[in-house]
Design a protein around this ligand. Structure first.
Ligand code: COA
Length: 174
């Protein structure tokens, strides 16, 4: 696969007086940075994960967001693909003190552009109610029915979404 490591993305941050982050496709990032961002964004204790090993083996692409002032990691999204028409967003996350500045939307836009260039037709995400406004109003995803099967008993039961059929109908009517 043709993989340009650390490819800088030009994002037009119209709405913001100062650009909130520098985005990079396949941006170089350490396992420790991702572990600490994940813990901060999802609110749990840091758990060591071999991020780079997984990204290299399984990702279609990923996007990093770094603060222009000090290059610290402020956001990340991973994109996995089926080798065909489908790409899936995973671990969309922005450091809590940087949320609400357009970084999450910039990450998803960059992921969508790259997935399109790589021949995908569809970009999927599954998310809980708390992230629905971000993905739907913020990033333009249309809610559809999707399901989640718990494969291990040590994982929490998935929380069912409220009725997505009526939600999408409401959205189409407004
Ligand atoms: C979800 C998350 C990635 C959003 O990133 P962000 O940088 O804060 O989002 P943005 O500033 O780019 O938001 C873009 C748009 O989404 C919508 N949006 C974002 N967060 C929202 C919220 N909490 N409530 C309502 N709308 C929201 C708004 O329309 C916003 O546009 P506006 O600023 O022009 O109003 C971030 O909040 C996060 O990391 N959360 C914790 C981890 C998580 O739950 N990730 C999702 C996993 S499925």
């Amino acid at each position: 696969m043709n993989r340009a490591v650390g490819y800088q993305i030009t994002e037009r941050w119209h709405t913001y007086r100062r650009r909130p982050a520098d985005l990079e496709l396949w941006g170089s990032v350490t396992d420790a940075e991702l572990t600490s961002l994940h813990a901060a964004a999802f609110g749990h204790a840091p758990t060591a994960v071999p991020w780079n090993e997984r990204l290299t083996a399984h990702s279609l692409t990923w996007v990093t967001a770094r603060a222009p002032e000090d290059r610290s990691l402020v956001g990340f999204v991973n994109v996995v693909g089926d080798g065909g028409a489908h790409a899936f967003l995973l671990d969309t996350m922005v450091r809590p003190d940087q949320q609400g500045r357009g970084i999450g939307r910039g990450l998803v836009r960059a992921a969508a552009r790259e997935a399109t260039l790589r021949g995908c037709h569809w970009l999927h995400a599954d998310y809980e109610e708390a992230a629905a406004a971000f993905y739907e109003q913020g990033c333009g995803l249309v809610p559809t029915r999707a399901g989640l099967l718990r494969l291990r008993p040590d994982q929490p039961e998935p929380r069912p979404a409220r009725d997505v059929t009526s939600r999408s109908r409401d959205q189409l009517e407004t």
